[in-house]
Design a protein around this ligand. Sequence first.
Ligand SMILES: Nc1ncnc2c1ncn2[C@@H]1O[C@H](COP(=O)(O)OP(=O)(O)OP(=O)(O)O)[C@@H](O)[C@H]1O
Length: 507
Amino acid sequence: MDPELFEHHLTSRHGRGRAPEGGALGVAGTRLCGDVVRLTLALDDAGERVGAIGWEAEACGATVASLSAVAELVEGIGVLDAARIGAHEVAAELGGLSAGKFHAAELVADALARALGAAVRERGALPAPADGSERTLVAMSGGVDSAVAALLCASAHDAVAVTLELWADEENDDERSCCSAQAVRHARGLAHRMGLPHLTLDLRAEFRAGVVTPFLEDHRAGLTPNPCVRCNGHVRLDAMLELADRVGAATLATGHYARVEHDAERGPLLRAAVDAWKDQTYMLSALAPASLARMRFPLGELTKPQVRALAREAELPVASKADSQDLCFLAGTSRQAFLARHAGIEQMPGEIVDSDGTVIGRHAGHQAYTVGQRRGLGVAAAEPLYVLRTDAAANRVVAGTRAELQTRTVPVRGARLHRDGARVDRVKLRYRAKPLPARLLGDPAPGSHRRLEIALEEPVDGAAPGQTACLMDGDLVIGWATIDRAAAPAQPSPPPAPPARSTSVAR
Ligand SMILES: Nc1ncnc2c1ncn2[C@@H]1O[C@H](COP(=O)(O)OP(=O)(O)OP(=O)(O)O)[C@@H](O)[C@H]1O
């Protein structure tokens, strides 16, 4: 630390108490952790530079000095230069900070990133690069895949990185989650290390409304939702494409394993990735063609081992980071605990019945079961039993043999087709499942939203209502739909009622 610089900022408090008109707010820290900083940043009229900045804080001296230094540093500079400022740059303005005080620079960098991201989202208007080259916005989660995607983009294009804050659960914010504040910091560090400007986009409200709430509602209704398909299709990629426009980027790159087949006349289609095990086209299947036209997937032709090798070669600190395993907002908690805490969906014990309605056991709550599930039924039987369906209204789970589970027809609703449905020859009914030979029955007109049926060549071990059916022609995704409940099987008819004794009196 440089004592003179530190003292200068501690006393001058550049920007303190100001809240520039039309500015965007970035808050970091909580009273629990000791320091809270509120930084307001306004762009200039052109939307290209930082116009003015102000702040207020309940914080220690190191944080106050860091805020003053950042205000002095950032005023008047270009948006992308401001997006290159992280904790190390903040600390450097004070001649460095000791390990014990470095958290102050991190906190201030967090607040700056949030304010800058919000300001750019609202008012940013950067022109495309003057030399006519393509600018790409790269979505970085803090994981190895998006880090390598960013690396590949940075070597070919003018690249800007973005990380979304998707989920913050004050009571249970798990730092392993790729949506958490800590993950955003990691991603920013990685981007800066590669020399890329980095923006933070706070998408927590949209994520809660567009992904988490429908996830909770589907569970309440006894369905098995695909929140990632919804998030990619309707929330996060749309928001990032809008941000791309704001920063003059023609395209958006992600670390998904997928490819795009461009067709200028009929619109682009997703194509399965080279690495069949990592292929993520299923998760991207709800993406509108207009969005897909602007997407870049730099990992589509690579295998995961090749991606890790590139990360090691570039000495990226995430080269051996484990792949994310579950839904980002479930990190550190169980699905059942999440449902209880966020939707009051408590586990209600109920009956397990066979397909004739005979009670054969008890379950702990229907939401814990999905079609095809074998484990956790706890019913002793001559042959293995599987969940055939769940009945949310009656809080019942229906179980049966594999033969009863197997089906050749899968009803779907809300189908979106980008090509003639008669071309469908394979379908993927679950993420990581193998595509199955199939045909689409019913009205095959492109754009049709009607309930349709998928006819499978070979029987499948059940299809869970609520999951996405990815409709394919070879390795091209030509549409998607949501798996619907099968029509309820005819119940065994009740024994005929005895003839009613007439009580009427003939007059
Ligand atoms: N919070 C986020 N902010 C920005 N981009 C994200 C975020 N989460 C995911 N992405 C983008 O979506 C891609 C696929 O996300 P997914 O959750 O499947 O992660 P992943 O396959 O484990 O990739 P990674 O190793 O990059 O985390 C990422 O590679 C990244 O480009």
